[in-house]
Unconditional design. Structure first.
Length: 148
């Protein structure tokens, strides 16, 4: 523990970001964290999808709120894919093809920001237009990096 603290302090002093895995006491905690984040993400994404696909009535206020939560939560899972946190539905390829994984995660975050902006517009057509590309950005990453 003392050693870890000294190391963390040294890293902070050096102006480095701590490796994401250092934020979690155990790999299992990182797996739970990212699964929790994706669970929350899927709920809010699903609520927007229901409106975009006409399965739920369009509610501008709810759309805005879901978009805000979505864009925030979309930032969270990635720090929980640090070295040594293999497990859950994550394919080992995540740790072998990190540039590709990062690119797809950034694409997804960018699409959720666009979706949140569309959800805030109060315009259902904008929500519909932004939903498809956002869903595709989820799927693209799942196809390469998530076990079924
Ligand atoms: C969802 C959800 C996903 C994505 C994906 C989009 O609502 O839980 O994983 O959308 O199915 O293709």
């Amino acid at each position: 523990m003392k050693k870890a603290c000294a190391w963390a302090l040294a890293a902070l002093v050096a102006g480095m970001a701590l490796p994401a895995s250092a934020q979690f006491a155990k790999a299992e905690d990182a797996v739970k964290y990212r699964q929790g984040a994706f669970t929350v993400l899927a709920q809010h994404f699903g609520r927007l999808g229901a409106m975009a696909n006409g399965k739920a009535p369009f509610d501008a206020k709810a759309a805005q709120e879901n978009g805000e939560v979505l864009a925030l939560v979309a930032k969270l899972p990635w720090a929980a894919f640090g070295a040594g946190t293999e497990g859950g539905k994550a394919k080992p390829e995540i740790w072998k093809e990190q540039a590709k994984f990062n690119e797809l995660s950034e694409k997804m975050q960018a699409e959720t920001v666009k979706l949140a902006a569309a959800a805030k517009s109060g315009n259902l057509d904008q929500l519909k237009a932004a939903f498809g590309p956002a869903a595709a950005s989820c799927k693209n990453c799942h196809d390469s990096f998530r076990n079924r």
